[in-house]
Write a protein that binds this ligand. Sequence first.
Ligand SMILES: NC(=O)c1ccc[n+]([C@@H]2O[C@H](COP(=O)([O-])OP(=O)(O)OC[C@H]3O[C@@H](n4cnc5c(N)ncnc54)[C@H](O)[C@@H]3O)[C@@H](O)[C@H]2O)c1
Length: 273
Amino acid sequence: MTRFQDKIAIVSGGADGMGAACVRRLAAEGATVYALDVKFDTACELADELSAAGARVTALQADVLDEAQFRSALRAAVRAESRVDVLINVAGGSAAGMIADIDLGVWDRLYELNVRSTLIACQEAIPAMRLRGSGSIVNMASISGLRGDPGWAAYNSAKAAIISLTQSLAWEEGLNGIRVNAICPGPVASQRMLATLPPEAFAKYDEACALGRMGRAEELAEAILFLASDQASFVTGASLVADGGLTASTAQPTDFGEVRRAELARRRGQAVG
Ligand SMILES: NC(=O)c1ccc[n+]([C@@H]2O[C@H](COP(=O)([O-])OP(=O)(O)OC[C@H]3O[C@@H](n4cnc5c(N)ncnc54)[C@H](O)[C@@H]3O)[C@@H](O)[C@H]2O)c1
């Protein structure tokens, strides 16, 4: 497929996980891609690898928490190409804490990392998109933004804010030819998840999904690129859930009990017991 031939794309959080998977897919489909990340070395390695194979990928160094640095990196990319067609805002993160006693510094930082960074990137890309009368933005939300969980209010409400921002932006920019959508992944076995979660948590996430497994970054990139592409020409203001069926059930992972756990183990050819 060459849905992004001759398109200019910027991906924040493009060095690792779902962002890197988007960079790879965009490059494979003909886009000129800017992979912006605080992990500049990793972004450079990715850009070098893909450029050596004939793609056009440039690493951009920026911490999305540093407004001046972030804006200047985005401006450099837009200026270099005189336009931007696709913006994918992936950079983000989570932090736990009960509402009653969560530290306000942690709360503010999480909103800056997820919500304010998305706003800043949109502010930088939209003027260039307006000039051409077209553009597509995909913002990284989460199924966490659709529900509440004890101990995750900062993350859940920040992702809910991204969904709301996406809807308002879709209306503000619809007549300018700019589509704005959000993606709501379920559990995805990204580098961050692999590095931070204990092994038993992975089994719980597998059980929680109707498909019996967590998602892969590449699968989420497919859903994100659908939204970013012209195939989604009548899709704007939407939040696409890609969660292996997790939110299709009202039960909690722990509610499924031994029967489903045993069935999953049996299908994996593991001993049950
Ligand atoms: N993994 C999941 O299960 C899951 C589910 C739903 C939503 N999400 C969201 O997806 C996004 C990416 O998650 P992932 O699991 O692929 O993580 P990841 O850590 O594998 O990738 C995130 C990328 O963003 C970059 N990044 C983080 N903070 C940054 C900053 N301040 N400035 C610039 N770059 C920064 C990281 O360096 C990394 O390259 C996040 O917004 C996360 O909230 C993840």
